[in-house]
Write a protein that binds this ligand. Structure first.
Ligand code: 5GP
Ligand code: MG
Length: 180
């Protein structure tokens, strides 16, 4: 698979994000809420570099995007979020694609009475957003390709790759085989 972002580049950028976040919250307690499952690796690396008093929560979200259901309709799964009332919340996800997952989650969290809600994503796909959502923190802008690794899966596999790779399309994989 073609490596899009090496483990070293990702680690360096996560370190920069951690410094930026710590500076912005200057010592105020924070609740980091990760979106399962893709954000886990990013979350684990980020929090270990964050010099802030913090709590960790997790959210599961499944979206229905078929023609039958309204776009962006989102079911928020078992609530593993600690009480965020009166706390600063940073919602964390692996990738911002259309935005249809994160936008409703921001609204969901706002309803729980936090002091503030900000959004951090490791990756943002250029030109793909269908809802207005500006992440407060993002690691890298990437082209519109299906990527795996560093938490991101294909069929629940590849999440453990320390780097980010472009998953070859069925056609591309065949072409590569043909030229061998
Ligand atoms: P959105 O709701 O912004 O369209 O999509 C966000 C979710 O779609 C991400 O949390 C992620 O689970 C999935 N996703 C979007 N693009 C990719 C991709 O290139 N690779 C993988 N593995 N998942 C993606
Ligand atoms: Mg996801």
């Amino acid at each position: 698979m073609d490596v899009l972002l090496s483990a070293e580049r990702i680690q360096a950028r996560v370190g920069e994000l951690a410094r930026q976040i710590a500076e912005d919250y200057h010592g105020q307690p924070l609740t980091i809420v990760g979106v399962l499952t893709g954000s886990l690796i990013f979350l684990a690396d980020l929090v270990r570099r964050l010099d802030l008093p913090l709590r960790i929560g997790l959210l599961q979200a499944s979206s229905y995007r078929g023609a039958v259901t309204a776009p962006g309709e989102l079911r928020v799964g078992p609530d593993l979020v600690p009480d965020v009332r009166g706390r600063h919340v940073l919602l964390l996800d692996d990738i911002l694609d259309t935005g249809q997952t994160l936008a409703p989650l921001v609204r969901h969290l706002r309803d729980l009475g936090p002091l503030s809600v900000r959004v951090a994503v490791l990756l943002r796909k250029v030109g793909r957003q269908t809802v207005v959502l500006e992440p407060d923190y993002f690691g890298f802008d990437i082209p519109n390709a299906f990527v795996v690794g560093y938490g991101l899966d294909y069929n629940d596999e590849y999440r453990n790759l320390p780097y980010l790779a472009v998953l070859p399309t069925a056609g591309a994989a065949e072409a590569a085989r043909d030229t061998r």
